[in-house]
Design a protein. Structure first.
Length: 733
């Protein structure tokens, strides 16, 4: 066996061998595509009815069958069309002579023999788990790099040098290291060809309960979690395709970055939502705007649960108007504020506000009936009829117990007096003012933190009861017979289930939360409503948390786990950051967060981070100069991470970058979560530290985004953040 051979004749021969197999796979793929199109065409032509007036039962069944044919064929076509790029990416040479090819989906020949094994199948596990110390019968692992349907590169790993396979040669420097050196684009790539053993173990873990994937920056947590979602759909498709998988990330920018990973793995039945879009099902509100860190800390605290309950209990009427006066047979009946508050408290302890109007009216009417003299000889029903027919009563009830929308209730906090009243004893004066001030600019709209509060309110308030229509529109059968309504079995069953409206919250069978360390306790409550019976995959790193109280965040996570099965996987290798960059970032985080879980960086570029100083009045010019220089040094993307106060100034340089602007992204520190770039410029690290109570952890995130080069720009003088490292790094000015 040749243990290493990179000569051109040998490489050309090996490429030709692999190309022949890939060509065979694509011929069968084309046959499968034509078959799927034929099924779709048959589905459209099946059972057309020539009746235009109404559909017979047998025709309805035929239409259902036609739609089922078309749906399944369309899904298959979508998968097949998506797999024309890099369908085959791996090969295993075992002790036996027949190789085993690995790909994004399984492909078989006419005798049902596998030409390609789906990467999620058990037979593919050795591709990811075999090592030199535990080869699992694998002699050589080969990764094929394809462009469309052409094989353009080969990288081999020799796992069992003692095997007697003289026909095998070893080509390249190793698949993983080759992949790590590739330049980055604007979207995350799958790692299906280079998954490592510890990553594969997390991907293939049992679905039940809670699976935590932990690890420092660059360990591949996010992409491993997405591969896990694809694996769960493959291994238990009926459960998860029917119940759905929800993937939640920190921002819309991040979701755009990862959106192509699952389709590239042959799955398109997963719901992806940014954190600020999770509750749109219940509230109709989405947001990508982040509050200042101090305000977000207040809104995310569990203390807001009690604040919101008080807010719901607080009538819209001012104190002077909280009085009901009606006349019955000349007798004045009256309920004052204490009576009304008692009724309100009693109802809200038993039911949700928007469903409590009937109980509230019953309480009011019974309190009024208690004031009616017995000499009038009226029973409760007679008094109720007289009171409810009063215009004063109807106007009062509409004002005192109206249907409430979450946005209307939360917006009341803009009134400082209301905020002080509901926050009394829960929030201090500064927190109360910051909370109230955040709602006083209607043009600002709702924030990401508000979305969780609105969801909590939607749950506390309950749905608005639907009004019954005054008139039922008549329906006509084909023979002209008029009927008032059609009652179905489903209608009868709904009536037996009760009158309470259905919950608007969409639930899922599995929920995957990325960058989970940033979720506030209120956001965890929002997430739990999407998966009350779900299994969970939770991805995070406490050292990268922007939430100021990690203990409170961990407590919220512990509440979610409860008594469910729990397993944790730690990813220990940093594949993204060069050692030179990560060593600097590690010194920063160790000083502020000694318990940080630091992975081992496996690459070295020989290029130290450049810690530069820019004059404040020429920041834009200096930034433009550095971007132009980095554009010459790296082939892929460049990220500019600037604090909010400098964001507009940083983005202003984009117009002067020419074609380079297509490779440059301008993001805030929070938006940079989960992203990576070939080169990164971090603007004013000191301001990043100051902008958040978790400043050092946020700066740690920023410093660990580059795959090749890191530049920091302090303003006017070397930044105080450099105190985290014992000596100036090379490249400092």
């Amino acid at each position: 066996m040749d243990t290493k051979d990179t000569g051109e004749p040998v490489l050309a021969r090996e490429l030709a061998i692999e190309q022949a197999h890939v060509d065979l796979v694509y011929r069968y793929l084309d046959q499968a595509t034509r078959s799927a199109r034929k099924v779709a065409s048959q589905g459209r032509d099946l059972y057309h009815s020539d009746r235009e007036t109404y559909v017979r039962e047998e025709d309805g069944t035929a239409l259902f069958e036609r739609d089922a044919f078309a749906f399944q064929a369309a899904r298959r076509l979508a998968v097949l069309n998506a797999e024309h790029e890099g369908l085959v990416f791996g090969r295993l040479d075992l002790d036996e002579p027949e190789p085993r090819y690995i790909g994004r989906i399984g492909v078989r020949d006419e005798e049902y023999e596998p030409l390609v094994i789906d990467w999620r199948a058990r037979a593919a596990e050795p591709f990811y788990r075999a090592t030199a110390s535990h080869p699992m019968g694998v002699v050589r692992r080969r990764v094929l790099r394809c462009r469309n349907d052409r094989v353009v590169g080969i990288e081999d790993d020799l796992l069992d040098s003692s095997a007697k396979r003289d026909d095998l040669v070893i080509v390249g420097e190793g698949a993983l290291m080759a992949a790590l050196k590739r330049s980055r684009g604007h979207q995350m790539r799958d790692i299906v060809a280079t998954i490592q053993a510890e990553q594969d173990e997390a991907i293939r873990a049992d679905h039940a309960g809670v699976t935590l994937i932990a690890g420092g920056p660059g360990t591949g947590k996010s992409v491993v979690a997405l591969h896990r979602a694809a694996y769960l759909l493959y291994s238990n498709r009926q459960r998860f395709e029917r119940g759905g998988i929800l993937v939640v990330g920190p921002s819309a920018l991040f979701m755009n970055y990862i959106e192509r990973v699952l389709p590239s793995l042959g799955e398109d039945s997963v719901t992806l939502r940014a954190l600020g879009h999770v509750a749109a099902d219940a509230t109709g509100v989405s947001s990508d705007r982040n509050d200042p860190a101090q305000v977000a800390a207040v809104k995310g605290s569990l203390r807001m649960r009690q604040v919101l309950r008080r807010l719901i209990s607080l009538p819209l009427l001012d104190e002077a108007a909280q009085q009901l006066r009606v006349t019955v047979k000349g007798e004045v009946l009256r309920l004052d504020r204490p009576d009304l508050e008692r009724i309100r408290r009693d109802v809200l302890t038993r039911t949700k506000a928007n469903l409590g109007r009937p109980a509230a009216e019953d309480g009011v009417l019974r309190a009024l009936f208690g004031q009616v003299p017995e000499s009038l000889g009226l029973d409760f029903g007679q008094v109720a009829d007289l009171v409810t027919s009063s215009a004063a009563y109807r106007m009062f009830m509409q004002s005192w117990w109206p249907d409430l929308a979450p946005t209307e209730v939360l917006g009341r906090l803009a009134d400082p007096a209301v905020a002080r009243r509901v926050g009394n004893g829960l929030l201090d004066e500064a927190e109360t003012e910051a909370l109230s001030a955040s709602y006083r600019d209607p043009a600002a709209g709702w924030s990401v933190a508000d979305v969780a509060l609105l969801d909590e309110l939607a749950w506390l308030l309950g749905p608005v009861a639907k009004d019954e229509p005054d008139e039922v529109e008549a329906l006509f059968l084909p023979n002209g017979t008029e009927i008032a309504e059609v009652v179905t079995t489903a209608d009868l069953l709904d009536g037996e289930r009760g009158e309470e409206p259905e919950d608007a919250v969409q639930t899922f069978a599995h929920v995957l939360v990325d960058e989970a360390q940033d979720l506030s306790p209120m956001q965890w409550r929002m997430m739990r409503r999407r998966g009350p019976q779900a299994s969970w995959t939770i991805v995070g790193d406490a050292a990268q948390s922007s939430w100021p109280d990690p203990a409170e965040g961990k407590s919220a996570l512990d509440d979610l786990v409860g008594i469910m099965q729990y397993r944790e996987f730690r990813l220990s290798t940093n594949y993204r950051s060069p050692a030179e960059v990560f060593n600097l970032a590690a010194r920063v985080i160790r000083r502020a967060y000694p318990q940080a879980d630091l992975p081992q960086a496996v690459r070295s570029t020989g290029v130290e981070p450049e810690l530069l100083v820019a004059q404040r009045d020429s920041l834009a010019a200096t930034l433009a100069e550095q971007l132009a220089r980095l554009g010459e040094l790296v082939e892929g993307t460049i990220g500019v991470i600037a604090p909010d106060r400098l964001a507009d100034e940083a983005r202003s340089v984009a117009d002067g970058l020419g074609e380079l602007a297509q490779r440059v992204s301008f993001v805030s520190p929070l938006e940079s979560k989960g992203l990576e770039y070939d080169a990164v410029v971090v603007v004013s690290p000191d301001d990043i530290l100051l902008d958040s109570p978790a400043g050092a952890r946020v700066l740690y995130v920023c410093l660990t985004r580059p795959t090749q080069r890191l530049v920091t720009l302090d303003l006017d003088r070397p930044g105080a953040w450099r105190e985290f490292e014992p000596s100036p790094a090379s490249g400092s000015e």
